[in-house]
Design a protein around this ligand. Structure first.
Ligand code: NI
Length: 185
C-alpha cells in the first residue's frame, strides 16, 4: 500500500464532477490497489474520510472510517454512491477537510441518510447512517460533485484554525464533546 499525495483546494480536480466507475473495473487489481492506497492515505493523515478526487482521481469513490466515533464507524468503501437524505432539520457540526488543512467550520447537514453504493467487487450494499457518520458521508459525496464544506457553510464566522478554535473553547471551559478539533475528511 502506498500513501498518496493529497490534492489541496485550488487544484481543478477538486471542483470537477467525478465520473462513475465503469462496471468493467470492479474486481480489478487496479481498483483494489487504489482503494487500499486511499485507506492508507486517509489513515496516514489521521482523517475519517477520503474521496478519490482528493488523490487526483476524478471517479465516484470514497472511503471512510472512525475508531473514535461512538459507536465506531467501520472501514467502508463506497463506489458510485447514491444518498437519500433523511430527517427534518439540518444539524450544525464541525468539519475539516484534508484538502483544506488546519481549518474547521460549522456546517449544516442532514442528521441521517440512507447510503446505497457498490463495494470494490461491484456488490451493492445499503446502509443507514446518522450523526457523525451521516456527516462524513455527505462531506465525501460532495467531493464527488466538486463541492467542499466551505460551500455549505451558512455563516463563515465560525471558520478558523483548529488550534485557535480549540484554545478559545478551552478558555470557555466547555466539555470536549463538540470540539473543533474534529477530524478531517
Ligand atoms: Ni474533505
Amino acid at each position: 500500500m502506498a500513501v498518496l499525495p493529497i490534492i489541496r483546494l485550488g487544484d481543478p480536480v477538486l471542483r470537477a464532477v467525478a465520473e462513475p466507475v465503469h462496471s468493467s473495473r470492479f474486481g480489478s487489481r487496479e481498483l483494489k490497489r487504489l482503494v487500499d492506497d486511499m485507506i492508507a492515505t486517509m489513515r496516514a493523515a489521521s482523517g475519517v474520510g477520503l474521496a478519490a478526487p482528493q488523490v487526483g482521481r476524478s471517479i465516484r469513490l470514497f472511503v471512510f472510517e472512525s475508531n473514535n466515533a461512538e459507536p465506531p464507524i467501520p472501514t467502508t468503501v463506497a463506489i458510485n454512491p447514491e444518498v437519500e437524505l433523511l430527517g427534518d432539520e439540518p444539524e450544525e457540526g464541525w468539519e475539516g477537510c484534508l484538502s483544506i488543512p488546519e481549518l474547521r467550520g460549522l456546517v449544516p447537514r442532514a442528521p441521517a441518510l440512507r447510503l446505497s453504493a457498490l463495494d470494490v467487487h461491484g456488490q451493492p450494499f445499503e446502509r443507514q447512517a446518522a450523526g457523525f457518520e451521516a456527516r462524513i458521508i455527505q462531506h465525501e459525496l460532495d467531493h464527488l460533485d466538486g463541492i467542499v464544506y466551505l460551500d455549505r457553510m451558512t455563516d463563515l464566522g465560525s471558520l478558523g484554525y483548529a488550534e485557535e478554535l480549540d484554545a478559545a473553547e478551552e478558555a470557555l471551559e466547555e466539555n470536549g464533546e463538540d470540539r473543533a478539533a474534529a477530524e478531517s475528511a
